[in-house]
Design a binder for this molecule. Structure first.
Ligand SMILES: [Fe+2]
Ligand SMILES: [Fe+2]
Length: 372
């Protein structure tokens, strides 16, 4: 038997292992993965030369420790189906839940793969050994994660065509510093999301309607390490987190990432009902954990208990429902409705940005261990 993506030591091997599986051309899944909206996972490209020039000397001791941990590869072989993988009754699944869950899996697979593509490219283009080593290790992990989600999708007769996606999906350019903020946050919020669901299902195993959730603990530890690497990268240049302009950017990214998660999760009511999770509770819980973690490197946290925070997120969510309804309706009236929704969403996003932040004194050493 050929190698499975979970045993691969590089992203290239993992992708090849996935591509070697029986062809399942599912145009629908790939079409969903191809979407580029404000709410769907994107693929990024950046100034690779600038990133290649990073000197990790100021954080050398912690850097070497982290890289050694990642090289030791505790999760090698983890991301594949074992006897713990319970039978999934896809045909018996309530249709609305099935649709939302498949959408969740496709979007998670795309997000994992988006990380893989960016990291793999950085590895390929760079010549700085510290940087290329890190990015090759992270690309390896993300390729395994995406491969595993694709294994789960395959049981439902669906798969995302990863090779095609790499070629055909549109890439969004971000300056390196925006890559740091956005990717650091997405790794840390990914950790917080996976571990919150894992702990919830540990307490309520009867709600675990799919076996993939059993894999979330080791999974989130990978994301945690990736986030640690970006925290160290940001520590190499104090201006990245301390200059006035960059503080504003950090606030912007925190707000955008949190608001996007809120809106996306509220689009999947049946999925959250099946898990026994209230999306508002889940959102706030994930924001709380993420905020606590980001204190390692960001000089502020958002005030998620501010009286305007949740109501404003809900208004953005409502505006988003209006946009979707307008787009479905089509014609001039539909277009106007969608436009109205966009203006409302934008105005409320600006309102979120006016909530004062809570200042944070950043510790000298950023390193953390996963504790949730
Ligand atoms: Fe991942
Ligand atoms: Fe990651």
């Amino acid at each position: 038997m050929n190698m499975h993506s979970s045993d691969a030591t590089t992203a290239e091997e993992a992708i090849a292992a996935q591509e070697a599986l029986p062809p399942l051309t599912n145009e629908d899944a790939t079409r969903v993965a191809m979407q580029n909206t404000l709410l769907t996972p994107r693929f990024y490209t950046t100034d690779f030369d600038e990133m290649d020039a990073i000197d990790v000397t100021p954080v050398r001791a912690e850097w070497d420790k982290l890289i050694a941990q990642m090289k030791a590869d505790p999760n090698k072989g983890h991301f594949k189906k074992t006897d713990d993988w319970d039978h999934v009754d896809w045909n018996g699944m309530e249709p609305k839940l099935k649709a939302e869950f498949i959408d969740f899996l496709i979007s998670s697979c795309t997000a994992e793969f988006s990380g893989c593509v960016l990291y793999k490219e950085m590895k390929r283009r760079g010549s700085n050994e510290d940087i290329t080593t890190l990015f090759q290790l992270m690309a390896r992990d993300e390729a395994r994660h995406a491969g595993f989600i694709n294994d789960a999708l395959r049981e439902a007769g669906i798969a995302v065509n990863l090779g095609f996606l790499t070629q055909a999906k549109k890439y969004t350019y971000f300056r390196p510093k925006f890559i740091y903020y956005a990717t650091y946050l997405s790794e840390k919020i990914g950790y917080a999301r996976y571990i919150t669901i894992f702990r919830h299902l540990e307490a309520h195993p009867e709600k675990r309607f799919h076996p993939i959730f059993k894999w979330f603990r080791e999974w989130c530890n990978d994301e945690f390490s990736h986030g640690e690497a970006f925290a160290l990268l940001m520590k190499t240049d104090p201006a990245l987190t301390e200059s006035r302009v960059n503080k504003l950017w950090i606030k912007f990214f925190l707000t955008a990432v949190f608001a996007t998660m809120w809106v996306r999760d509220h689009q999947r009511p049946e999925f959250h009902k099946a898990l026994g999770v209230d999306p508002a509770w889940y959102g706030q819980e994930v924001f709380r954990k993420t905020s606590e973690i980001t204190r390692q490197v960001f000089p502020m946290t958002l005030d998620i208990d501010h009286p305007r925070w949740e109501p404003t997120l809900n208004r953005i969510q409502a505006a988003n429902v209006q946009i979707a309804a307008g787009e479905r309706q089509g014609g001039l009236r539909g277009k106007l409705k969608a436009l109205g929704g966009r203006i409302r969403a934008g105005a409320n996003f600006v309102s979120l940005l006016t909530i004062p932040v809570q200042k944070n004194a950043v510790p000298d050493s950023p390193r953390l261990e996963p504790v949730y």
